[in-house]
Design a protein around this ligand. Structure first.
Ligand code: FEO
Length: 167
């Protein structure tokens, strides 16, 4: 049993995670359209991870006997100025998600909701990893300064990323 305020906040977070999935799927489509299949692969894996995040919250609400309420998902942008721009926007978005998770933790503390607090620890760690990954790719992209050869090499590397389903 969880407080109605927490139920509402988690439902909002499900929407945030689904939007994240939508944003990265849109980026994947854009990278495909400009011939960067490795970048497209990286974003497709990210899309799947975001779906897992949404489902983690979804399953948590169900396990607490609360009600999942799905809301409209905002339309994401469809193109970016460059790979660097797409990843800068990705980092910005993840920083926003980190803030959302921190606010959920604050609410769990206020409500003395130990179960939700505990569940959220996974997301705290995940956000550190997500922001770090984005920063690493931004650094690589800045290093090659848009050179075709450099982008080609990064594309090869990002093509190696594989999706591992959540346990
Ligand atoms: Fe689900 Fe990328 O935060």
């Amino acid at each position: 049993m969880i407080d109605k305020r927490m139920e509402d906040a988690i439902n909002k977070q499900i929407n945030e995670e689904l939007y994240s999935a939508y944003l990265y799927l849109s980026m994947s489509a854009w990278f495909e359209s400009i011939g960067l299949k490795g970048f497209a692969n990286w974003m497709m894996v990210q899309f799947k991870e975001e779906m897992d995040h949404a489902m983690k919250f979804y399953n948590y609400l169900n396990s607490q006997g609360a009600t999942v309420k799905l809301m409209a998902i905002q339309e994401p942008p469809h193109e970016w100025e460059s790979p660097l721009h797409a990843f800068e926007e990705t980092l910005k978005h993840e920083q926003h998600i980190t803030k959302c998770i921190n606010e959920l933790v604050d609410l769990a503390e206020e409500l003395k909701d130990r179960a939700t607090y505990n569940m959220l620890q996974w997301f705290i760690n995940e956000q550190v990893e997500e922001e770090e990954n984005d920063r690493e790719i931004i650094d690589m992209l800045k290093m090659v300064e848009g050179s075709k050869h450099g982008i080609f090499m990064i594309d090869k590397e990002l093509g190696q990323r594989q999706y591992t389903p959540e346990a």
